[in-house]
Design a protein. Sequence first.
Lengths: 253, 319
Amino acid sequence: MMAFAIAGRELRSLFVSPLAWSILAVVQLILAYMFLTQLDMFMALQSRLLGIEGAPGVTEIIVAPLLGNAAVVLLLVVPMLTMRLVSEERRAQTLSLLFSAPLSMSEIVLGKFLGVMGFLLIMVLMIVLMPLSLLAGGSLDLGMLFSGVLGLLLLLASFAALGLFMSTLTVQPTIAAVSSFGVLLLLWIIDWAGGNSGAGQASELFAYLSLLRHFESLLKGVFDSADLIYYLLFVALFLGLSIRRLDADRLQH
Amino acid sequence: MTTENILIQVDQVSRFYGSLRAVDDISFEVKKGEVLGFLGPNGAGKSTTMQILSGNLAPSAGRVRICGIDLLDQPKQAKALLGYLPDQPPLYRELTVDEYLLYCARLNRIPAAQRRSALDVAKQRCGLTEVGRRLIGNLSKGYRQRVGIAQAIIHSPAVVILDEPTVGLDPIQIREIRELIRELRDEHSVILSTHILPEVQAVCDRVQIINKGRMVLTDTIGGLQQRMRGESLWLTMRQAPELAALEKIVGAGQVEALGEGHFRIHTEQLEQLAERIVLEAVANDWGLYEIRPERMSLEQIFVDITTSEYGVDAERAVS
């Protein structure tokens, strides 16, 4: 599978530059701080929670907010990872190496996508290590943790697919970063329309389109295949658009 | 000549950029073991043609076949037979030479077991054995160009397309690269685009001159040298005779006196005339010390062709 060769090269290029390491370090630092404050709060509340029937457990109080915060932080980070995918190659004119090799456009796009996903997977693993460390002194709702991590990965896959598409549109990495950040943020907050202006049909639609909404139910441990399909369609849509956009480079315009 | 020996077949290819006709109805063939020089002034459509041949651009009209495989219908199979060095070598500066070439080998579907040996052969042919572990970003331009060529030949493609491979190199590096291109001829067909004329004379078997998107000349190097034979003789003498004395030998109106003992004689029978002039000069003690046929340089042919009516035509077509 040639896509893995491209993905491997992407990962390697990320890790030989300081960018990957600094992003990993900064994200880990910020989330560790959030994790610890959440843990602190849980310790303070613990005695009172014991008395309440059906009170939220450690997974709800610590893990769900941690993953939710991770999603917000990564909303800022993923555009920085995806911005260079195609635009930088276009600028350095290295794209012709891929175009003249016996590869299809879908292999190129899939390879780039998998490269970023590989990096994000490493990042998510490091984040998940923090709640897993709680297993040393107690028990976790592993099903809920799994559903939350799955949600985070699906969300990040959508971020990456959109960022990749934005990167195919331009020669300037910064433009790709700004525009993917803008679109992601818009899709994140698009359900605000529902909150403010009553329950019109349009706002229902907006709420349904929101990236956040589908993530929230997974964070609560509710696994709905509609959410899974939403994210898969989102990823497929933007990967498909990227393939078309790259193909257009060769064709008449 | 059987069709199996034709590795590249370009059939009436055109390419437009908007209303600009960058390549206009070009057809040619390249046979096995041939080095084809693609010559043209800047902006003539050389790079566009190279990009079409390498599958980086789709032609607006026409067909390209590599070893009989259509580049548009079966791009993967056709591209596997191609090696391409664009005018900017497509290098990842953050990788080492070895990493980069292994990646290229993998992209070109060389089986894992053979990648190492393919890498060694390509490095050895391009003189990169010493720099395998260095970062491409730290190499000099000449070495980067060689890495670019190594990338194009690592999978031993039938056809190697090199777009201005010697631009920006020093004379020694240029000679080495030309030597390499000559070696490539043994196993590959090479298409070489350039605007440097001596390069064509040095390495190519056949020349095509393109101007404003049109093919204006296709000839072998031998044919080109025939064209370069001029029709005049250059003389320099210490005791120059009267113009009339020379005209008596040559015929009236064909001699140009250029002063200080220099003469130019226009004729179509260079050999016979030269002999007679030398005999006369000795007999009359004219002190002849220089006599040579004047050749048109490749430059002159090139300028003649690219500024002739074809150029005017193409200009009209564009506007």
